[in-house]
Design a protein. Structure first.
Length: 253
């Protein structure tokens, strides 16, 4: 019925405004009361900012659960308890990275270089230890510094999560994998955990502004594999491991 569709659209829009308002103004509030003091007094500033960001986005998804009752979340303990590793994920929605930040107190990821140029937000990304994706920011000394920073972060119990597709899938199928994350894992001698994300694209769809609040949906995260390659082996191949990981995801999808 046309009238019901209008009501549903108004409801979706209203929920969306509430959620993104919290998301945006929550950052502004935290910036004033937590980020700036952390910048001044924290001994481990990056770790402190990561934890603050984690709490903020954990509250964001708590609010999402409260307002969108038809969407459930299934995140098993074996996913939540991952530490000191590289996490490789498929990518379905803009919600994917902020969902992962809400799960892990100590987390970094690779972010598009353009976001580092945004006033204030770019400062936060850099201060929190996030890594720019542009090749010109990952060359020479800058590249070594980034890799050493990641290595220390992992050794301290943090995680690096990466979407090797580079962008969201439009149809749920996997795009070609970028091999860079596997080179990072090799440099850091870090285990690689494969986490499959399901149904975030049903809650926040590609090409739509509003959350889809009316569909019954369960967002699931599943640990589908753990790899601890012999990085020192003469037979080790970044291309081979990237292809193997992609096949594991394709099998589950």
């Amino acid at each position: 019925m046309p009238f019901l569709k209008i009501i549903h659209r108004i409801w979706n829009f209203s929920i969306t405004v509430i959620l993104w308002s919290y998301f945006l103004f929550g950052y502004l509030f935290l910036l004033a009361f937590l980020y700036i003091p952390a910048f001044i007094i924290a001994r481990k500033m990056a770790a402190t900012l990561q934890n603050i960001n984690h709490v903020h986005l954990r509250c964001f998804f708590a609010l999402t659960r409260a307002l969108i009752r038809r969407t459930k979340f299934e995140i098993p303990d074996q996913v939540r308890e991952l530490r000191s590793c590289v996490i490789v994920c498929n990518h379905l929605s803009y919600l994917d990275p902020i969902l992962l930040v809400s799960i892990y107190p100590r987390q970094i990821t690779i972010v598009k270089n353009t976001f580092f140029k945004v006033p204030i937000f770019g400062w936060f990304l850099k201060s929190a230890g996030y890594i720019p994706s542009a090749p010109n920011e990952m060359m020479g000394a800058a590249m070594i510094n980034n890799l050493e920073s990641i290595k220390k972060h992992l050794a301290d119990g943090g995680i690096l999560f990466v979407f090797p597709e580079g962008t969201r899938s439009r149809d749920g199928k996997l795009a070609p994998f970028n091999k860079g994350v596997f080179s990072i894992a090799r440099y850091c001698r870090a285990p690689i955990n494969l986490v499959l994300i399901r149904n975030t694209n049903l809650l926040f769809r590609h090409g739509y502004f509003s959350f889809n609040t009316r569909v019954f949906n369960t967002i699931k995260l599943e640990l589908i594999g753990t790899l601890e390659p012999d990085f020192k082996s003469y037979d080790f191949s970044v291309s081979a491991i990237a292809e193997n990981v992609r096949k594991l995801f394709e099998k589950k999808l």
